[in-house]
Design a protein around this ligand. Structure first.
Ligand code: DUC
Ligand code: ZN
Ligand code: ZN
Length: 480
């Protein structure tokens, strides 16, 4: 089965040109003007539209067991929704319970992910430490294609990685050629502030952002960056949400440190007023960590993207429905943390980034797929439109519109943080592994079609440094 995407404009992180794209056997077979139509080939009319690499969401939590419940979106429903949004790969997180073998947890997540409709990879969290963790990290890198390890600096008493663990694990990552990543929030401060707020009688969702103010993220970002810097390891900060953390990243990069930052579509457009909604359910539905931030931080994130200090966009897609959020009715610290977005990330970034002139269309590609593929060693299989790359593509209609709503989205959650927002610029068609799976509103996601993506380690930090230079290379692309 082959698919010809005809008459569109190909957009990569560096180039924009008119060409047809022929996909067969799961890969891109040819790119060129007026390609011949092979017998039996399906044709996607892309005239007036952009043909771009399918999105890669580097931060999702499908069916995560968390805070006494399990995320409502599973690997099938979540990846199907991703396809409807133009995203064709995800990187999810294996999160072992403290004391649990990393390899056992990895096997469990692999089992859950078998039903995925898109290709997927895993970061593995380091939630505790002993010699077996050290050994298992090597096995994961060498035998299972894991090249990134996640550290939660928050969630004290649960999955928090303390400084001793950060030092051991970052050092081990460096030896193995893997990228350490961090959820940067000072867990001790969060715990302290949570107890204080509860003692003062603040039990509702409005207390959530007060328990995790921007300094809590800035301090942890600085600490993680400096620990990595001292050891000579690279570091990637997930869901950077504050000016405080962007400034830490910018400063370190200026000193030549290989530091990378990710930001979430939600943090770019929402602020902390969502927690002051008098409707408890509406406010609780926005409880995630880090929280939405006071006005001003959003602009700092956009500047971080524009300046190249933040390189990737993600969602932290982690769905909990109203009945699950209700677990924290009497105590905000028990509201399961998480919001959705895997279906909406690309359209929100286009609407708020490209339509406003903040980003070029090439920046958009870099920020939705290519940079992630480069940092996590999936490029050019993913994040590219090249002969030989996987035929994971999105045909983007810059004039199409959609009003985002929980009533019409494909995500398995009863709430949408972008509810009512009308975006201009939508994924009209999505091709995954060479198959036309999103056809102008018709979703043909296939349960179990997704493949596990092995991500080889880098030989060492030096190659990473080279790639960082590549990422930072000035591009002669005018702003859109
Ligand atoms: N933050 C969330 O909001 N949910 C899952 C994990 C996390 O760090
Ligand atoms: Zn996190
Ligand atoms: Zn997360």
């Amino acid at each position: 089965m082959s698919v010809l995407i005809k008459g569109g404009t190909v957009v990569t992180d560096s180039d924009t040109y008119r060409a047809d794209v022929l996909c067969a056997n799961g890969t891109v077979q040819a790119i060129g003007k007026d390609l011949d139509v092979p017998a039996g080939c399906e044709i996607i009319d892309a005239s007036g539209q952009y043909v771009m690499p399918g999105g890669i969401d580097p931060h999702t939590h499908m069916q995560l067991p968390f805070m006494g419940t399990v995320a409502s979106e599973d690997f099938y429903t979540g990846t199907a929704a991703a396809l409807a949004g133009g995203t064709t790969s995800i990187i999810d997180f294996v999160i072992p319970s403290p004391g649990q073998s990393l390899l056992d947890a990895f096997e469990t997540w692999q089992g859950w992910a078998e039903k995925a409709a898109t290709d997927y990879a895993f970061h593995v969290a380091i939630t505790w430490w002993d010699d077996s963790v050290r050994r298992d990290m090597e096995t994961l890198v060498r035998e299972h294609g894991v090249n990134s390890f996640k550290h939660f600096m928050a969630y004290k008493g649960a999955i928090m990685a303390t400084d001793d663990i950060l030092v051991e694990s970052f050092s081990r990552c460096l030896e193995l050629g893997a990228v350490p990543t961090v959820h940067a929030e000072n867990g001790e401060l969060v715990y302290h502030l949570q107890q204080k707020l509860l003692a003062e009688g603040m039990t509702g969702p409005e207390a959530h952002p007060l328990s995790r103010p921007p300094q809590v993220e800035g301090e942890a970002a600085s600490r993680a960056i400096r620990i990595a810097g001292t050891l000579g390891a690279p570091i990637y900060l997930v869901h950077v949400s504050t000016k405080d953390a962007v400034d830490e990243i910018a400063y370190a990069r200026q000193q030549g440190q290989p530091v990378y930052g990710e930001c979430l579509a939600g943090h770019l457009v929402l602020d902390d007023s969502v927690y002051r909604n008098p409707d408890w359910g509406q406010a609780a539905a926005h409880v995630m960590s880090p929280p939405f931030r006071p006005e001003g931080h959003q602009e700092a994130l956009w500047h971080g993207l524009q300046a190249g200090n933040l390189q990737t966009t993600a969602t932290d897609h982690c769905c909990f429905c109203a009945d699950q959020k209700a677990m924290g009715k009497e105590d905000f610290t028990k509201i399961p943390n998480g919001t959705a977005g895997v279906e909406d990330r690309m359209a929100v970034l286009w609407d708020e980034g490209v339509n406003t002139g903040k980003l070029s269309i090439n920046d958009f590609v870099a920020l939705t797929s290519t940079n992630t593929a480069r940092i996590f060693n999936l490029y050019p299989r993913k994040g590219a439109v090249q002969v030989g790359s996987d035929a994971d593509l999105v045909v983007w209609d810059p004039n199409g519109t959609r009003t985002i709503s929980a009533a019409t989205h494909h995500q398995n959650i009863d709430f949408n943080i972008f509810e009512g927002k009308t975006v201009r610029g939508i994924p009209r068609h999505t091709v995954s592994q060479g198959k036309w799976v999103w056809r102008d509103g018709e979703l043909r996601a296939e349960r179990g079609a997704g493949r596990y993506l092995e991500r080889p380690a880098y030989p060492g930090v030096f190659e990473l440094l080279e790639r960082r230079a590549e990422l930072n290379a000035p591009k002669a692309v005018p702003r859109h």
